[in-house]
Design a protein around this ligand. Structure first.
Ligand code: RIB
Ligand code: CA
Length: 340
């Protein structure tokens, strides 16, 4: 299938390939980090992926702020035509007060995501469509039964809300490809839990216990192998484009601060999940497991654990991605981020 991109008066019209995978992109953007990179990767792969809409969720930033960050990314690649929907403005149960109590009882938290930012409900709100993310998810799955991929790279609050609103849609989702959790390696917030699952453990539990026919997990097990080095950063910023300028500022001056700390390294978690939708052949090892999330408030809050199948007899297994060919993945990532 061929694709045609027409540029007229700064407006980009992308002709999608008929065979492109339809996806809803559920995200928690912050500046131009991995969520933004994932958006650029997928929007520059119209022969593989058609993004029907982006749904914002509280995670790295509050949901409305996230819409503002994503809109800037879309503007840089002339794709403000992609509709953004505002979703859950807070996790189902978890709160800042609970996070403070976790730190007090069980030790410091490495990152508290939006809990560490002043709450805002309107900083990016002007950029979003009328209607909310959960209704958009429901409507989109209903209209495209069996053909929509949910691409989830933040906490799973919106998706859990959609599944609770319309349980009949669980089996109408084609698959969920998500970044979140950790199976055989430590967490990145606590020793036990990864950020996306930790921020909203109950939502991740709803999704892992669901009947969604296929669940593909990019957790810390695989993401920890894709270490971004200063040399990789330099290769990308050597190509000057509006996208690489944002990349330089975000990764250079914020996390992981390549311009301030030459020895720094970082991760680009969500980009691996995006890469999988473009060309999954960079994954070299995976396993299939029945998984659940710890939702009891304690030091393991948000950690992945084995599913007791008596609690969710119809839950499907999770394909857990474990390792990758880093050079092969980086070639794809660099090519998509540096494209003019
Ligand atoms: O643990 C990594 C996840 O949290 C990613 O989705 C990334 O965006 C981060 O904030
Ligand atoms: Ca994310």
């Amino acid at each position: 299938m061929t694709r045609l991109i027409l540029m007229a008066a700064g407006v980009c019209v992308v002709m999608q390939a008929a065979s492109a995978e339809k996806i809803v992109f559920d995200t928690d953007p912050l500046r131009f980090t991995d969520d933004g990179h994932a958006a650029v990767m997928l929007l520059r792969s119209p022969e593989k992926v058609q993004i029907l809409g982006m749904t914002m969720v509280a995670g790295n930033a509050w949901a409305a702020e996230g819409a503002g960050f994503m809109w800037k990314t879309l503007k840089a690649i002339h794709r403000t035509d992609v509709p953004l929907y505002l979703g859950a403005q807070a996790p189902l149960v978890h709160t800042l007060a609970m996070a403070k109590e976790e730190a007090r009882q069980w030790g410091p938290l490495a990152y508290i995501a939006a809990f560490g930012r002043p709450f805002t409900a309107d900083s990016g709100a002007a950029r979003v469509q009328r209607g909310n993310a959960v209704d958009f998810l429901v409507r989109t799955i209903e209209r495209n039964p069996g053909t929509v991929t949910v691409f989830a790279i933040g906490p799973m609050t919106n998706i859990a809300m959609a599944l609770r609103l319309r349980p009949d849609l669980e089996t109408k989702i084609r698959q969920i490809v998500f970044m979140g959790g950790n199976v055989h390696v430590p967490g990145n917030v606590t020793a036990y839990a990864e950020v996306n699952f930790w921020f909203d453990p109950e939502a991740a539990q709803v999704v892992l216990r669901s009947k969604i026919p296929r669940k593909v997990m990019f957790g810390l097990d695989i993401c920890n192998h894709a270490v971004m080095t200063r040399a990789m950063f330099d290769e990308i910023v050597a190509v000057k484009t509006p996208v690489t300028e944002m990349f330089k500022d975000s990764l250079g001056n914020h996390y992981p601060e390549f311009l301030k700390k030459p020895g720094a390294t970082g991760y680009i978690w969500d980009c691996l999940a995006a890469g999988y939708l473009i060309d999954p052949s960079f994954v070299t090892r995976s396993e299939k497991l029945y998984l659940d999330v710890e939702s009891n408030f304690g030091k393991n809050y948000g950690a992945v654990r084995e599913l007791d199948r008596k609690l969710a007899p119809e839950a499907t297994a999770v394909e857990v991605m474990l390792d990758l060919d880093v050079a092969k993945f980086f070639r794809m990532y660099k090519n998509l981020l540096t494209r003019r």
